[in-house]
Design a protein around this ligand. Structure first.
Ligand code: AMP
Ligand code: MN
Ligand code: MN
Length: 309
């Protein structure tokens, strides 16, 4: 299906690139790299982020935001569920390029490959297929996305191919030290305050480790939602934690739940039980209600799946 997407990119002129709300390194990196690529072909491109990019990701080169382009094509990148668009309605014909296991694509034009580490790896393939010269700006954004989704080259999606592409991107001007430091060494003190609250109230049941942060607590220490990103990864670093569950209230009746499993598929299985999704070992759910109430339900479901492969 890659070839079909390549033809669509070649044969249309006006594009809207849409990624998921709460854009992460892969969402930002893949969107910007593809936008740079299409602009270099003389196309018109606008990137839509349903919610703003966190300040920590503003450092890589951004293509000039073009005026309204009346898109022929809305290319969805790193999106595995229409609920992740934060209510945005794509305006052109939808084409999906993603690396998540997903079933949203019935009847839609798509290239879905869960064997790929990231949407950024797939955009690299698209740029190569289009014979676009990969500039430093493209290389840096693609490296950012691959670094983000492989957890800094530690997750199971860190394949030999990922290292080969990272090698090419580094040769093309991506700066691994700069990118790693910007992503990893840019935490606020507020983040560590949040982390200590989350660790203090950890609930441990067998291998299931769960915690949460409420909106009132976020407000009390003047934290922004971005300040909590990365906490679930710290929980997953605990010895003995097979499945970690972290709930963060987004507004008075909406909670985002992040899960990570160390070996089996319990993160994805638990997420699916609540209508969420993601990868086998990194999954998420959007829930209606309060974190302190919902956490019990998620733990109960998680216990069913942990240690079951
Ligand atoms: P997060 O814990 O938010 O970093 O999410 C981990 C993974 O779960 C993401 O890469 C997405 O694939 C997926 N995911 C997160 N939130 C949702 C959601 N509300 N619905 C479906 N999948 C999600
Ligand atoms: Mn993402
Ligand atoms: Mn991704």
């Amino acid at each position: 299906m890659k070839n079909l997407v390549v033809d669509i990119l070649r044969n249309n002129e006006r594009f809207e690139i849409v990624t998921h709300e709460g854009p992460d390194e892969d969402a930002v990196g893949s969107s910007r790299a593809l936008a740079f690529g299409l602009l270099s072909m003389g196309k018109k491109v606008k990137i839509v982020y349903p919610t703003p990019i966190p300040d920590s990701l503003l450092f890589t080169s951004a293509p000039k935001n073009q005026k309204d382009v009346k898109p022929q094509i809305s290319l969805l990148l790193d999106v595995s569920d229409m609920n992740m668009l934060g209510g945005f309605h794509p305006r052109g014909e939808i084409v999906i390029v993603d690396h998540h296991k997903t079933d949203i694509t019935a009847g839609m034009t798509c290239w879905i490959d869960p064997g790929k580490s990231s949407a950024s790896e797939m955009v690299y393939d698209l740029l190569r297929a289009l014979e676009i010269e990969i500039t430093q700006a493209m290389a840096s954004n693609l490296y950012l996305g691959i670094f983000g989704d492989t957890g800094g080259f530690i997750h199971v999606n860190t394949t030999p191919r990922v290292f080969r592409i990272a090698y090419e991107l580094t040769r093309g001007g991506a700066d691994p030290n700069l990118i790693a430091y910007r992503v990893r060494r840019s935490k606020s003190l507020t983040y560590y305050h949040l982390l200590s609250m989350v660790m203090d109230r950890m609930m441990i049941n067998d291998g299931v480790y769960a915690s949460y942060i409420s909106l009132a607590e976020l407000k009390r220490i003047k934290a922004r939602p971005d300040d909590a990103s990365g906490i679930v990864e710290e929980m997953a670093s605990l010895a003995g934690a097979e499945l970690v569950i972290f709930l963060k209230e987004l507004n008075p009746d909406t909670v985002h739940c992040s899960m990570r499993s160390k070996t089996g598929q319990s993160a994805l299985r638990t997420a699916r039980a609540f209508g969420g999704g993601g990868h086998e070992r990194a999954a998420g759910i959007t829930l209606k209600g309060r974190a302190s109430e919902k956490i019990e339900d998620v733990i109960e479901e998680g216990l069913k799946w942990v240690n079951k492969g």
